[in-house]
Design a protein around this ligand. Sequence first.
Ligand SMILES: [Zn+2]
Length: 397
Amino acid sequence: MSVFDDLIGQDRVVGLLRGAVEAASDVLAGGPGSGMTHAWLFTGPPGTGNSTAARAFAAALLCEYGGCGHCDSCHQVHIGSHPDLEIVQPQGLSYGVKQTRDLILRAAGTATTGRWRVVLFEDADRATEQAANALLKAIEEPPPRTVWLLCAPSPDDMMITIRSRCRVVTLRVPSADAVAETLVLRDGVAPETALFAARAAQGHIERARRLALDDDVRLRREAVLSLPRSLAGVADCIVAAERLVKTAEAEAASATATLDEAEAASLRQVYGEGSSGKGLGRGLVRGGAGAMKELEDRQKSRATRIKRDSLDSALLDLVAFYRDVLAVQFGAPVELATGDRRGDLEALAATSTPEETLCRIDAIVLCRERLGRNVNPQMAVEAMTLSLRSPRQATLP
Ligand SMILES: [Zn+2]
C-alpha cells in the first residue's frame, strides 16, 4: 500500500514524485537533494486528479516512510488534519488577497514534525490577480522547508511569473481501460458497467465512479442526453433549459450531501465522545466545535462550486454527444463517449450536416463561457437550447 495508489493511469507522474520524495529525504538528512524543489504546479483537466496527486505527494513528504499510507501522519493527511499541511480551497468562486495573505503567514511557521510544511492550493487558477501577486511573492522568498503545491487545469491558467518558478507536473487523462480496471478492482463494479461508466465519464475518475455506483447519477445523465431530441419547438427549448438547470442542481445537491456526510463523520470520529484524542496530532487543538464550524464554512463554499461544476459537466456530456454525432457523420473510427445512445446519434447524424453539428458544439461552448462569467444559468442555457434547435440561424453574424 502507498499513498500513490490513488493515482490512476499516471505511472510517469508517480515515478517523478517518488524521486522527489527521495530527494526530499536527502535534504532532511543534510544532503543536496537534487530533484526536490519548493514550488510545484500540478496540472491536468478536471477529474484527472491533480489535487489527489498533490495530496499524495504531500502525504509522502510528511510521512517518515515516504508515503506508506497507513501511519498516523498519512492518516492525518487523508482526513485533512495534519498539522504541517495547509489545504486551501477558494472561498466562494475565487481566492481573495486576504485569504491568500493569511495563508502565507500560516505557511511561514516551523514544521511541527521537523520535516516539511506543505501548502496545497486547490484550484489555484481561481486566485484573483492581487492574490496571485501575493502568492508569487511567497514563492519567490520561501521560508526554509516550506513546499508549495498548486493545482490548476493547465499551466496556462497561471501567471507566467508563478508558473516559471514551479516545477510543472502534468497529469494525463487516464484511458477508459485504466479507469474501468480501477472501478472493477476497488469498487467491485461489474466489468461491463465499469467500461460504460469509464467511457461516459471521459477520463473523469470520480464521475465514472458515481456513474457506475449510483443509479440516480446514471438517470440524470440519461435526462441530459435526451435533450437533443426534445427540441421540436421554441417552447420545448425553454422547458429543456429549465430541466437541464434543475438536473444539474439535483446532481450538485446529491454530490454535496455525500461529501459533507463523509467529512462530518470522519471529523466526529476524530472528536468522538470519550475519545482520548489518540492520533489527533498537535494541530487539532482548536476543539471540535471550531473545527466543525470551519468544516461547514468550507462545505458551503464548495457547494457553490459544485453547483456550477455540475452544470458544466452536463454541458460537457452534451458536447461529447455532438462530437460523437460528428464522428458518425464522418465515419471516424473513434471510441464514442455516448455510444450507449447510438440510435439518437445515428438519427441526428443522418438528418443534419456536419456544419450544423459544429454550430451546435459552438453553441454549447459559448454557453459554458457565459456561465464562467456568471451569466444567469437559465438564460445562458435557454440561448443554447434555442441555438441547438436552429443551429444556422444562431451563428449568423
Ligand atoms: Zn505514512
